[in-house]
Design a protein around this ligand. Sequence first.
Ligand code: AHR
Length: 324
Amino acid sequence: MIARVWGVCLAGLLAAGALGCGGGQSPPADDDGPVVVGFSQVGTESAWQVANTESIREAAAAAGVRLEVRDGMQKQEQQIADIRAFLGSGVDVIVLSPVVESGWDAVLQDAKDAGTPVILVDRTVDTTDTSLYVTALGSDFVAEGRTAGEWLVEQYREADGPVRIVEIEGTTGAASTNGRLKGFAEAVAVDPDLQVIASRDGGFTREQGARVMAGFLKKYDDIDVVFAHNDEEGLGAVDAIEAVRKRPGTDIKIITVDATRAGLTALAQGKLNYVVECNPLLGPQLMELVEQVAAGQTPPRRVLTTETAFDQESARAALPGRKY
Ligand code: AHR
């Protein structure tokens, strides 16, 4: 079980400058009980998010941590209200997966003033005061976009003439969207034939991905490639392409991010062409960070997960053991 060593914890974090304490915060009344963690999750819009929550629940149970999960329903106001509720109920640690990057300073300052450490998981925040959170665990989203773009550059290395790409973005303002946009743009910039002709928010969902793709297909009759920011959106693009009697994966190539079982299945069937992994199984690493914070240690500021990418052949090999 993860134990609390609060005096040491606060002293350690203060010494490292990782956590400023507004003064006046006292150690939890019941020092012997389990560590209580309040987790503000983005939502349930994708299989990825469901797997992420499940991984964190399982790891918390295994570590003897009492976990309270609140679903932000993809709304920043909801997540801010949830964080305030956690502060009101006196949780020991707050874990936040922020729907968008900006606009968190005030509520994170409240957490800091209350002496409640905040750990970011999956997505990150954009703040000039990095003392507002202790550590951030998750993916390198820029690298994910770059991996997708580099694969495309390689595919069209010998080709002549323009390659017309449409991009179905994740939620506007999310760290995962911003990173993937940036990495992909940087990678394809090396070949002027690779042209992003349109880019729109697909909300990380299959329905919205399908709607956005249907709109693109109405407007452009010569789309070569779709870069969708997650599997859901990519599968929505498959639906929209099939609805106009074109062949996804053949007439129009599709790259996605996540590598869920549904994504890898479509890849193995030839409906997608390349899938960059974004690992949602962050629970065990997160609990290590909770343990470090509770034990008064200073965790690294940024902890990245290890990820890979799949083509159609490696998807077939990976599918039998895929957990999510
Ligand atoms: O922030 C991670 C992203 O959010 C995943 O790629 C996506 O599926 C989820 O909704």
